[in-house]
Design a binder for this molecule. Structure first.
Ligand code: NAP
Ligand code: MG
Length: 399
């Protein structure tokens, strides 16, 4: 069989622990036999981040800006224990945080559905993708525990030092609490564009919800910025793609989500996204079946699995055990990156290969061959789990 050729590279970011082991196996079993893989390789494994003073992470992010498509393995975000374990020079920052801020991107998380695991919500037939606006609001708030009677005010002084706004938050008769939140128009606009771009790329409806009946200025501004960008830049594109942008109140959105059959993208403000993404991932099954795509407003894509480096399995692997770690979200990350590369380069074979890789993975699971974590969740209690080598070999067979 002739291998599929690639015109442009994918930015490949290797990672840590068990996912680094799986990374190599996925390439060896499922990609190299079929594709003349062309990647620009960056080793984001913790030892190399330490050796390069973490410049490798910045270089990788800039490479995604150049090539527009990246795929990333899970990486350790060091804490005090990791600094000791890896004898690090510094407690390096989260690579995902660094990459996200360089690309100014939004993270979209989508569950992978399989026949034998029913979502906790009966009527959900298709995945629901969550986009979380990951800047500001309560995550960058200033808070104060008010000790006793007094007045709290909101004051704005402009860049010339002129006080242009002052209003009373509350006249306290006794102790209480206050908080000051902010967001920036630039950040909201980037979020909006990433959401509209991703909806077009996935060909799915986009929902956005806030509480602008109560918060007329703050949440009202979110609604206006989203609507404004939609009307001026995306309305025609959405119409020709046959998809919709839909705004509603957050409480109405929650009720509609529960009654829906899924199959759309739900853009959330920071706090809503934090809470709802955990609810959705639990209701759809497992963290090991959740993909994650970082999309920048100017159309750069970084694919990864939502889970971490599966440390507990790695320690068992080091003792010689063949674990039943689940590589599905990582396979989908590779498949997504290959398809996106194919789409951008007009390379139909590569685009289709990504789709076939996903289909082969799902068929394998639906035929009853799966890793232990899925077997445990499966409706059919007679299914038993296989190790990751057996699972990858079964997918290759289908492919
Ligand atoms: P984790 O790696 O997601 O694993 C937590 C547990 O979830 C595992 O012990 C395992 O449970 C289960 N699990 C997760 N993914 C699985 C898979 N693919 N197959 C089977 N089981 C899976 O989270 P963590 O242990 O909290 O974090 C480990 C490291 O990952 C940390 O150093 C953290 O900094 C890093 N991290 C990186 C990213 C990223 O790069 N995107 C994200 C999160 C965390 P059982 O042990 O019960 O089988
Ligand atoms: Mg959370």
């Amino acid at each position: 069989m002739e291998k599929i050729k690639m015109q442009n590279p994918i930015v490949e970011m290797d990672g840590d622990e068990m996912t680094r082991i799986l990374w190599k196996c996925i390439k060896d079993e499922l990609i190299y036999p079929f594709v003349e893989l062309n990647t620009e390789y960056y080793d984001l494994g913790l030892p190399n981040r330490d050796a390069t003073n973490d410049t490798v992470t910045v270089d990788a992010a800039n490479a995604i800006k150049k090539w527009h498509v990246g795929v990333k393995c899970a990486t350790i975000t060091p804490n005090a224990k990791r600094v000791e374990e890896y004898k690090l020079h510094k407690m390096w920052k989260s690579p995902n945080g660094t990459i996200r801020s360089i690309l100014d991107g939004t993270v979209f998380r989508t569950p992978i559905l399989i026949d034998c695991i029913s979502p906790a919500v009966r009527n959900w037939k298709k995945p629901i993708t969550i986009a979380r606006h990951a800047y500001g609001d309560i995550y960058k708030a200033v808070e104060y525990v008010v000790p006793g009677a007094g007045k709290a005010e909101l004051v704005f002084t402009d860049a010339y030092g002129v006080e242009t706004y002052r209003s009373t938050v509350h006249e306290f008769a006794g102790p209480g609490v206050i908080m000051g939140q902010h967001n920036t128009e630039k950040s909201i606009a980037s979020f909006a564009k990433s959401c509209f771009e991703f909806a077009l790329s996935e060909n799915k409806d986009l929902w956005f919800a806030a509480k602008d009946t109560i918060s007329k200025e703050y949440d009202g501004r979110f609604r206006e910025v989203m609507n404004g960008i939609f009307e001026s830049e995306y309305k025609a594109k959405f119409e020709s793609a046959g998809i919709k942008y839909f705004y509603t109140l957050i409480d109405d959105a929650v009720a509609r989500v529960m009654r829906s059959e899924g199959g759309f993208i739900w853009a959330c403000k920071n706090y809503d996204g934090d809470v709802m993404s955990d609810m959705l991932s639990a209701a759809f099954g497992s963290l090991a079946m959740m993909t994650s795509v970082l999309v920048s407003p100017d159309g750069n894509y970084e694919f990864e699995a939502a889970h971490g480096t599966i440390t507990r399995h790695y320690y068992r692997h080091l003792k010689g055990e063949v674990t039943s770690s689940n590589p599905v979200a990582m396979i989908f990350a590779w498949a997504g990156a290959l398809s996106k590369r194919g789409e951008l380069d007009g390379n139909k074979e590569l685009l289709e290969f990504g789709e076939k890789l996903k289909a082969a993975t799902l068929e394998t699971i639906n035929s009853g061959i799966m890793t232990g974590d899925l077997a445990a969740l499966c409706d059919d209690k007679t299914v038993s789990g296989v190790n990751y080598n057996e699972f990858l070999a079964a997918i290759r067979e289908k492919l």
